[in-house]
Write a protein that binds this ligand. Structure first.
Ligand code: GDP
Length: 284
């Protein structure tokens, strides 16, 4: 398995997180906009209690915008500040600083009452692997002034990125491990390519993706690959292989190659913007 959490790996990530979280005022939690529930780990609620909290719907460019809005409302309803972002292209990053300020208002007010002035708000980015943490930090850092460097009183080696006079961001993200004990969650994580494919065989996973497309985005595959529809996902896979000339040496269709091709299109937005789960389910 490409993606695996060895117990030692997990323990280390958790220890780092516990140590770093003491230094910060605000938790910036990245989730994948296509699966905002399945790409979270609820442990962050315990780790991040007493902190200001923000949820970023990252990869918003790959998810349907009406569902991005519905998810934003959902998380706002739970008391989080929310922003839709595309870290790769920089979309949504501009409004982030204001929202950070807003999310930390209480803390700044508390500081002011205690006579503490000009202590910057400190933030940390957290999320599961591949959700876009590094991309997000890099795009923000690219826009921000240079890194502030080590500071006395702060654990050595920690770098803070100064976003403005009031906000500093820890340059190393906190890694959360996904919770994929639940089969539906594991499947969704595999579909977006967040856990690498061995949860299911490539063709089985592609069949799941095809069934999902047939159910929620009917007609899209037919148009994209110029094929006749079928309710049987394995028949659709063969037709994709035919239409894309995925052929085995000698003779026969290379459905494994077709499966990879289809999953790649599915994950990278070439089948359109796709949302795999909806807020109402999250409330179950
Ligand atoms: P990390 O493991 O959480 O640090 O994730 P990375 O920053 O390495 O990103 C994982 C992949 O997602 C990379 O291929 C990024 O280019 C891609 N990515 C990150 N943010 C976005 C986004 O907002 N939109 C899209 N389309 N891709 C993104």
């Amino acid at each position: 398995m490409h993606f695996q959490w060895y117990p030692g790996h997990m323990t280390k990530a958790k220890r780092m997180m516990q140590e770093n979280i003491k230094l910060i005022d605000l938790v910036i939690e990245l989730v994948d906009a296509r699966i905002p529930m399945s790409s979270r780990n609820p442990d962050i609620d315990e780790l991040g209690k007493n902190k200001a909290r923000m949820v970023l719907l990252n990869k918003a460019d790959l998810a349907e915008d009406k569902w991005n809005d519905a998810w934003a409302e959902y998380f706002k309803g739970q008391g989080y500040s929310v922003v839709k972002v595309n870290s790769k292209k920089g979309g949504g990053l501009k409004s982030i600083q204001n929202v950070i300020q807003e999310a930390c208002k209480e803390k700044m007010e508390r500081d002011r009452k205690r006579g503490i002035l000009n202590r910057p708000v400190r933030a940390m980015v957290v999320g599961i692997p591949n959700v876009g943490k590094s991309t997000f930090i890099n795009s923000l850092a690219g826009k921000a002034a240079a890194k502030t460097g080590n500071k006395p009183g702060v654990t050595k080696g920690k770098q803070w990125i100064r976003l403005n006079k009031q906000v500093e961001l820890l340059d190393t993200p906190g890694i959360l491990w996904p919770k994929f004990e639940d089969q539906a969650v594991g499947l969704r994580l595999a579909l977006i390519g967040s856990i690498k494919d061995e949860i299911l065989q490539t063709e089985e996973l592609a069949a799941e993706a095809i069934t999902f497309m047939n159910t929620y985005y009917s007609g899209v595959l037919e148009e994209k690959y110029a094929l006749e529809s079928s309710a049987d996902p394995y028949v659709v896979l063969e037709r994709i292989a035919q239409s894309r000339h995925c052929l085995l040496k000698g003779s026969g269709l290379d459905t494994e190659k077709a499966a990879m091709l289809m999953l790649d299109d599915f994950r990278s937005g070439r089948l359109g913007r796709l949302t795999l789960e909806y807020p109402a389910e999250g409330e179950k």
